[in-house]
Design a protein around this ligand. Structure first.
Ligand code: ADP
Ligand code: F6P
Length: 320
């Protein structure tokens, strides 16, 4: 291939810039030209292209967000939109595309490949909800951001002997909630993957903990379950303990990526370009046992990553 394109799509994630940088510099090192496609699939359809040099990606490794910007593009969910995008790309001389994004973006990447444009997906989403990869770019940074926020909430919850309900992101996934529940010592994690019982899983740990001398309580709720304000009211009514709800929101999507996310993004970017340079498309890059691997995109999306039961059990044991 002589020229490839790179775009970021869907919810942005810290480390996307590190992935763009890796794709650009690996492609240039391999003798290919690189075209940055702005605003995800919207930019592909409307021809928002810019030539990338090694200097276009200077000074971005440490920045959150994505320099190429992102969008949600309903038009791309139709075959017509995909064909329009391919036509624009071909006019620009683009022979392969790297898509950095979440599962929705991967469906778009698959549609591009099946319609004749070799495309590689790099998993970038704070939700960590792509089946085939143990980690997605941005997850580690989001965990650290949430950890900082919950540690602060704990300070004030302890001073006032309160219960705090903290809602964290995760559209349909409880990875952030489950991991920070352990890292921050929460009494319970309520996640969409597991059904929960209000009395058994929330009230009992709070009441039992109080008997054992606990003076504050943290309950982490994933966005996919939602209803944290109502939950806080129910907890206060059932226990008599003053309870506050905090919805962390988009603060979780920003910030400088951690070393782990920068490394993951850099490794995945190199692997994606290697595949394209061999003329291979319709693959997603993933990490398994700390090795960068790749899978057919649709098969990769269909792989099920269940919430490890030991994570949920750990949260219970450690909140004694
Ligand atoms: P994420 O990639 O973070 O999961 P979305 O689910 O919003 O974010 O998807 C991002 C974009 O991917 C959508 O706005 C759309 O342009 C494209 N996309 C989503 N699903 C499909 C699909 N089935 N076919 C083609 N493109 C899709
Ligand atoms: O997919 C990442 C994510 O941050 C989800 O956790 C969340 O539900 C969604 O994006 C929010 O999207 P938006 O920024 O469009 O509100």
């Amino acid at each position: 291939m002589r020229k490839i394109g790179v775009l970021t799509s869907g919810g942005d994630a810290p480390g996307m810039n590190a992935a763009i940088r890796s794709v650009v510099r690996m492609a240039l090192s391999s003798g290919m030209e690189v075209c940055g496609i702005r605003r995800g699939y919207t930019g592909l359809i409307t021809g928002q292209f810019e030539s990338m040099t090694a200097r276009s990606v200077s000074d971005i490794l440490h920045r959150g967000g994505t320099i190429l910007q992102s969008s949600r593009c309903p038009e791309f969910c139709k075959q017509e939109g995909v064909l329009k995008g391919i036509e624009r790309a071909r006019k620009e001389g683009i022979e392969g595309i790297v898509v950095i994004g979440g599962d929705g973006s991967f469906r778009g990447a698959c549609a591009l490949s099946l319609a004749g444009m070799p495309t590689i997906g790099i998993p970038g989403t704070i939700d960590n909800d792509i089946g085939c990869t143990e980690l997605t770019i941005g997850f580690d940074t989001a965990l650290n951001t949430v950890k900082d926020a919950i540690d602060k909430i704990r300070d004030t919850a302890q001073s006032h002997e309160r219960c705090s309900v903290i809602e964290v992101m995760g559209r349909d996934a409880g990875y952030i909630a489950a991991y920070v529940a352990i890292a921050c010592g929460a009494e319970a994690a309520i996640i969409p993957e597991n059904p929960y019982d209000f009395e058994q899983d929330i009230i009992k740990p709070i009441v039992d903990g109080k008997k054992r001398g606990k003076e504050n309580n943290l309950i982490v709720v994933a966005e996919g379950v939602g209803g944290s304000v109502e939950l806080a009211e129910r907890i206060e009514k059932a226990t008599g303990i003053e309870t506050r709800a905090t919805i962390l929101g988009h603060i979780q999507r920003g910030g400088s990526p951690t070393v782990n996310d920068r490394m993951l993004a850099s490794r995945m970017g190199i692997h994606a370009v290697k595949l394209l340079s061999e003329g291979i498309g319709n693959r997603t890059v993933a990490i398994k046992n700390n090795v960068i691997v790749d899978y057919d995109i649709l098969e990769g999306l269909d792989m099920k990553k269940t919430m490890p039961q030991d994570i949920m059990n750990m949260a219970k044991i450690l909140s004694l």
